[in-house]
Every structure is written in structure tokens, then in C-alpha cells.
Design a binder for this molecule. Structure first.
Ligand SMILES: Cc1ncc(COP(=O)(O)O)c(C=O)c1O
Length: 372
């Protein structure tokens, strides 16, 4: 049985009738950039994420760039980030002319290593940091990162592109983030009908600045307080995301259950060879990704075999930041060996809203055959 890596239609079909009605209204009102649908979506978003302040923007990469500007990051600034993340995390730092300080991962939770982070801070005194919450969970040391950054005046931006619906000790993960970001790229846990993003924060002053930065740095229609960007959301996207946000609890529960099913089924067939990675204690995952490694096997070899068997497997991520040619100017802290080793081995099996148990079974069986 072929299994796609992702099938967005299983979720989209559940909201499409309502969305079409909403979109008809947007067209009739010519509600194209901003407007009531975006305002209503932003309110819902703040409620779902449990944050006092937050706004939408054009995509998750812009959200990172604007968040770093809230931190005052500029040419010459140093910003810490993990050596294993999506390229946008690096890109946001480089786009502002700042220097990235690349930090190795923690081999227990696959997130940026807190231990290496504190050592890198002593050596390089970075003034800001990007902490991506990757794979559908977060670091076991989230509270330590927040406390350390507060104490050492490091402006911490939490990249929440992959963690929508994750809970830490029963609370939405970004609730306590000084500044957090969201990506509504369609393949995310809560995805849009096109690119989209959001920035969350604790203070009104940060929200005001972020709103201005996302809208050409305006202080008034033709007066400008900053050199900003055009990073605004359209009405039709706002309406679509409003409908998606209503489904957050059901989507996260469904994905979590599928992630758990993989864990149980793979434990039974693996003879201890397959490791399915997951959240540290106190963290509830959102089922964004299935992340596994197989003892003695290269990830690429397994993914090639899975794809040949019709299973839409992937590798998040096959390469680290430090080997990308545009990352030449970055500061590399330590040997970054753990992130490099993990890239070689990682495999992701299909995991999405509405995946059926027989599709999970087919993916598990194909992996067993691929292992040989
Ligand atoms: C960790 C991480 N950061 C940033 C982004 C960028 O978001 P976007 O694609 O919406 O620009 C993504 C996803 O695409 C991501 O996974």
C-alpha cells in the first residue's frame, strides 16, 4: 500500500465548505490585505497559544526576522542557534547582517544543547539566541534556557514553527516565551492556505513595534518610525486560518495518537534496533514528525528503500548548518559532532492528520523490510 508523506486534503476537506463561505464574503468586501478576518484570527490565535500579545505576518521566516529586530539585532550582533535546524533559522540571522554562533545538539532530546549554549556564551557573549522547538516537542532544558537568558541579558526568541499545540507542564509552550514565532506553512500542524506566520510576545510595546515593522515601519499612513518590511496577512488567509485554529485540539490529539501508535508498533518489531525519538518528561508532543534512527544504518539508505516501496519517507534534516556554503561566516562552537552524526541517521515515516492505522502498519512493515 503506497503511503504519502503528507496528505493535507484529509484536514482541508473538513473545513472547506465553511472556508468557501468565508472567502465569498472576503471577495464581496474586497477584504484582501488585513481586515476583520485577520483581526479575528489573531484574537483566536492569542487565545489558543495563551499569550497576551501576538500578531500575524506573511510567513515564519519573516516572523523570525522581525522577532530578532525586536531584540535589536543588527549588523555585528552575534546570535546563537543550533547547528541542526531548518535553514530559515540561520537565514533570519544572516538577513539582519548578524553573525550566527552555531551550537551542537543535545543527544537526548535533539534540541540545542543547554550545556554547549552556556559554554558558547562564556566564549562569544552573543546578545540574542534563537531556540527552535523542533520535531514536535522541545528541550528538556527550556526553563533553564529562559532563566539563563534573562540573567545574562540574552534576548531569547523561541522559533515555534514546529511546536504548535505542544504543551509544557500542561501549558501552551509559547505562553511564557518572551518572544515566540509561528509558521503557518501549509504542512505545519496548523497550516494556512498559503504562506503565513505570527509573532507572540509578552508586552504591548513589543507588539506595537512588531506591527509597525511588519507594515513598512509605519507610525502613520505616510510617516515612518522604522525601516520595516511588508509582511502582512491577507483576509482570505486570515479566514482560512481562523477555521483551522478551531480544529487545533482535534488535530493535535489525532497526530499525537498516530505518533504514539508508531512508537508502540515500532517497539514490537525492532528488537531494540529502532529508536523512535520523542519529548522529554513534562512535555506533550504535537505529533508534527515521526523521528527515528536505526542502529548501524544510514538514514539515506533506508529512505531510498522506503520510497522504492511507495512509502513517502523523509529526512528532517539530512545536513547541518555549518556545511552550507552561505554559512561560511558563522562562528562554529566546538566540533558540532552530535548534530552531524544525527543527520547521517535520521528517518521520518509518514505522520499527518487523518493517517489511517493501516497506513502506519504499511510504513512500519516497509521499514522492517528495508532494515533487512
Ligand atoms: C524551525 C523552522 N523555522 C522557521 C521556518 C520557516 O517558516 P516559513 O516556511 O513559514 O517561512 C520553518 C518552516 O518552514 C521551520 O521549520
Amino acid at each position: 500500500m503506497p503511503v504519502p508523506f503528507i496528505d493535507l486534503s484529509r484536514l482541508v476537506k473538513e473545513i472547506s465548505a465553511d472556508v468557501l463561505t468565508d472567502w465569498k464574503g472576503c471577495l464581496e468586501r474586497c477584504e484582501f490585505v488585513g481586515g476583520p478576518s485577520v483581526t479575528a484570527m489573531e484574537k483566536k490565535l492569542r487565545e489558543v497559544l495563551g499569550v497576551p500579545h501576538g500578531l500575524s505576518c506573511a510567513n515564519g521566516t519573516d516572523a523570525l526576522i522581525v522577532a530578532l529586530q525586536l531584540a535589536g539585532v543588527k549588523p555585528g550582533s552575534k546570535v546563537a542557534l543550533p547547528n541542526l535546524t531548518f535553514w530559515a533559522t540561520y537565514e533570519a540571522v544572516a538577513q539582519l547582517g548578524a553573525t550566527a554562533v552555531l551550537i551542537d545538539i543535545d543527544e537526548t532530546d535533539l534540541q540545542m544543547s543547554f550545556d554547549e549554549f552556556t559554554k558558547a556564551h562564556a566564549a562569544h557573549k552573543f546578545e540574542a539566541a534563537l531556540l527552535p522547538h523542533l520535531y514536535g516537542w522541545t528541550s528538556a532544558h527550556l526553563a533553564d534556557f529562559r532563566a539563563f537568558c534573562k540573567e545574562h541579558h540574552v534576548f531569547l526568541v523561541e522559533d515555534g514553527a514546529q511546536c504548535f499545540g505542544v504543551e509544557v507542564k500542561g501549558e501552551p509552550i509559547l505562553k511564557q516565551a518572551a518572544v515566540g514565532t509561528v509558521s503557518f506553512y501549509p504542512a505545519k500542524v496548523i497550516g494556512g492556505a498559503m504562506d503565513g506566520g505570527a509573532i507572540t510576545m509578552q508586552t504591548e510595546a513589543h507588539e506595537k513595534l512588531a506591527r509597525s515593522l511588519c507594515n513598512h515601519g509605519r507610525s502613520d499612513h505616510y510617516s515612518y518610525a522604522h525601516v520595516g518590511w511588508n509582511s502582512r496577512m491577507g483576509g482570505m488567509q486570515g479566514a482560512f486560518l481562523g477555521r483551522m485554529l478551531d480544529k487545533t485540539a482535534a488535530v493535535v490529539a489525532n497526530r499525537r495518537k498516530a505518533a504514539e501508535m508508531y512508537r508502540e508498533k515500532l517497539a514490537k518489531v525492532s528488537g531494540g534496533k529502532i529508536k523512535v525519538w520523542g519529548p522529554p518528561a513534562g512535555v506533550s508532543e504535537n505529533g508534527y514528525l515521526n523521528v527515528l534512527t536505526v542502529e548501524g544504518k544510514k538514514g539515506q539508505e533506508l529512505v531510498d528503500k522506503l520510497k522504492a516501496a511507495g512509502i513517502g519517507a523523509a529526512r528532517t534534516y539530512p545536513e547541518t548548518m555549518d556545511i552550507q556554503p552561505p554559512a561560511k561566516p558563522a562562528i562554529r562552537f566546538g566540533d558540532l559532532a552530535k548534530s552531524k552524526a544525527f543527520c547521517d541517521r535520521v528517518v521520518n515515516l509518514p505522520l499527518f492528520y487523518g493517517i489511517r492505522e493501516e497506513e502506519i502498519d504499511a510504513s512500519v512493515a516497509a521499514l522492517v523490510t528495508a532494515i533487512g
